[in-house]
Design a protein around this ligand. Structure first.
Ligand SMILES: N[C@@H](CCC[C@H](N)C(=O)O)C(=O)O
Length: 316
């Protein structure tokens, strides 16, 4: 068994938290085992073991584990710097894209280079990223959300095979299926976070798994609940409360960036909100989203550093 310790950085974007490993400097032989062990919410890494009980914004950082491990390789010979991103999730699976993870990647690259613009190579395509001068917020160009059933993907037969899945019942929820780099199912509920009978009254860990594993989603799906708090027909952007049960985490996370874009894209498709701009409010904070009629969506929000440490490469 290897006793080698791997340097890690921990960051989060609106509470979606990730360990970062410099994949050029470190070899982790079994990435899935590394992620499973160190991301575990009961037994995984705790920043307090490294002397950190708050992130660099001053917010408490007192949660064990993480929502995934980002293995990053930066190529500074390109202008702007390119970063190859691989997200290994707490169940050991690899995700093709992660919106909040990409925001963390941009901040990590900014912390290393001082640059403010990057290209991030993901398995869903290359995404342009920018960070603010102080590095505390990042914007990702997320590509164009698609409802195309072949690209979500959605499996259906016969006459429905070419039809997008829009506000149709899947198991226990009426959902809209959209791919924003990874597959998402979005269900709208009445009542936001301020309503005692609203979005937070739903037992997401009970209703999401049957949808996440439904036959109609051959690759599975992340499952989002959303409530329109402001439809954007007045002065400001639309506002939606959001919760997401994530594939790969197999539980609810405090924020999901591809999910936030999916919620806004689905709300636009269903005519529930006006305008290209929206604010999504997952439990971990606020995200600014744009979904234009054509072209790429954008995702903007805060990113914070929690701690630096070193973890066993082979945690078995
Ligand atoms: N938290 C992420 C999404 C990560 C991928 C997802 N769990 C999947 O397997 O599809 C985000 O911020 O987008």
């Amino acid at each position: 068994m290897s006793t080698h310790a791997v340097p890690v950085e921990k960051y989060h974007g609106t509470g979606n938290d990730f360990l970062v490993v410099d994949a050029d400097a470190e070899i982790v032989g079994d990435r899935a085992a590394f992620a499973r062990a160190h991301c575990d919410r009961e037994t995984g890494v705790d920043g307090r073991d490294f002397g950190a009980d708050a992130d660099d914004s001053g917010a408490p950082a007192d949660r064990r584990g993480a929502d995934g491990v980002l293995f990053l390789s930066d190529e500074e010979r390109f202008d702007p710097t390119r970063v190859v991103m691989t997200l290994v999730q707490p169940d050991g699976s690899t995700a093709t894209m992660c919106g909040n993870g990409a925001r963390v990647v941009a901040r990590w690259a900014h912390d290393r280079t001082g640059d403010r613009e990057f290209m991030i190579d993901t398995q869903a395509g290359t995404r342009r990223a920018t960070v603010t001068a102080d590095g505390t917020a990042a914007t990702i160009e997320m590509g164009a959300p698609t409802f195309d059933p072949r690209r979500v993907p959605v499996a259906s037969d016969g006459a429905l095979a070419d039809e997008p899945l829009i506000d149709e019942p899947v198991e226990v929820l009426p959902v809209t299926a959209v791919n924003t780099g990874v597959p998402h199912a979005v269900a709208f509920v009445d009542g936001g976070r301020d309503d005692p009978d609203g979005i937070d009254a739903v037992d997401l860990n009970a209703v999401a798994p049957p949808v996440r594993h439904a036959d109609v989603f051959p690759e599975g799906a992340n499952v989002n609940l959303a409530a329109v708090v402001d439809d954007g027909s007045g002065d400001g952007p639309a506002v939606l409360d959001q919760r997401t049960f994530e594939r790969g985490v197999e539980g609810e996370t405090r924020s999901c960036g591809t999910g936030a874009v999916a919620v806004v894209a689905a709300a636009r498709r269903l005519g529930l909100i006006s305008g290209d701009d929206a604010v999504s409010r997952p439990p971990g904070g606020e995200l600014d989203i744009t979904v234009p009629d054509a072209g790429h969506a954008t995702l903007t929000g805060p990113v914070a550093h929690e701690f630096s440490g070193a973890l066993p490469a082979d945690p078995r």
